[in-house]
Design a binder for this molecule. Structure first.
Ligand SMILES: Nc1ncnc2c1ncn2[C@@H]1O[C@H](COP(=O)(O)OP(=O)(O)OP(=O)(O)O)[C@@H](O)[C@H]1O
Ligand SMILES: [Mg+2]
Length: 260
């Protein structure tokens, strides 16, 4: 078998103290090969963001193993090496850009931290890569549309040329027409750069469009792993997954009905 680039094993996360303790992520495990897109899907509150935050090193209070290239990562990620290789795109593009930072500053900061040469050239390159004219470097977040803002967020994640992107609902805050634009951008960049994605969404259409394999989460557990082909053919094993797929399809049909 091909060696996994990212592997998560027996991941458990709880919040709160004693009587108020909530076990939110339960024995979660999956592996992602280099260049593969893996999707995590499930209803609101099932633990998707919590899994990503543990992988990204934003929450070191977890049990289990997170391996990158078969190397177990320390819970407190020391040094800048991990962040060069793994970047997260957060759920809310409005909250994830500082309102008083020009795009130029947003993109230059990681380059400065890592002592990168040719900063101006790299900023131009990455803006073009996400479909923005280099003149966008002089804009502030409030001078951007929602879609352009999410392009800047993706540019910031790409600027250090990471190997893995952790994408937390990268399109859910966007207008439906702009969602497709950003998804197409993500799939294009993934192919061009041979990137590895872990994509979280509650929307099966989004996940099946981008990912080859999908983990269905319910109450903190992965209850079933499927190929996106199986999803498209409606071949889920678990009753809960079938209901989830039917509900997603019914919602999509209702939206299409509305549009006519
Ligand atoms: N820092 C925290 N402290 C306490 N509870 C938390 C914390 N972060 C998350 N939770 C709880 O953990 C559960 C899972 O949250 P999480 O954000 O991972 O869900 P999600 O699947 O990403 O949901 P959504 O689709 O709405 O984003 C929720 O019940 C949430 O209230
Ligand atoms: Mg979430």
């Amino acid at each position: 078998m091909r060696q996994s680039l990212l592997e998560v094993a027996d991941l458990n996360v709880s919040f709160g103290e004693e009587d108020e303790r909530h076990h939110v992520v339960k024995d979660v495990g999956f592996h992602i090969g280099r260049g593969e897109c893996y999707g995590l899907i499930g209803e609101s509150g099932c633990g998707k963001t919590t899994v990503l935050r543990a992988i990204a090193g934003l929450n070191s209070d977890y049990d289990g193993s997170i391996l990158l290239d078969a190397q177990k990562q320390p819970k407190a990620r020391r040094g800048a090496g991990f962040l060069r290789r793994v970047q997260m795109v957060f759920q809310d593009p409005y909250a994830s850009l500082h309102p008083r930072k020009m795009v130029e500053k947003v993109l230059r900061e990681p380059l400065q931290i890592h002592g990168f040469d040719r900063q101006r050239q790299r900023i131009d390159e990455v803006l073009v890569q996400v479909g923005l004219d280099p003149s966008f470097r002089y804009r502030y977040p409030h001078e951007l549309s929602g879609g352009q803002r999410q392009r800047v967020v993706v540019a910031r994640a790409l600027i250090m040329e990471p190997e893995i992107l952790l994408l937390d609902e990268p399109t859910s805050a966007l207008d439906v027409s702009v969602q497709a634009e950003i998804l197409n951008l993500l799939t294009r960049v993934q192919r061009e750069r041979g990137l590895t994605y872990l994509l979280v969404s509650h929307d099966m259409a989004v996940i099946a469009h981008v990912c080859q394999r999908i983990g269905m989460m319910q109450h903190g557990r992965i209850i079933e792993e499927m190929t996106s082909e199986a999803v498209r053919n409606g071949q889920a094993q678990e009753q809960y997954t079938r209901e989830f797929l039917d509900a997603s399809a019914a919602f999509a049909a209702a939206l299409e009905g509305d549009a006519t």
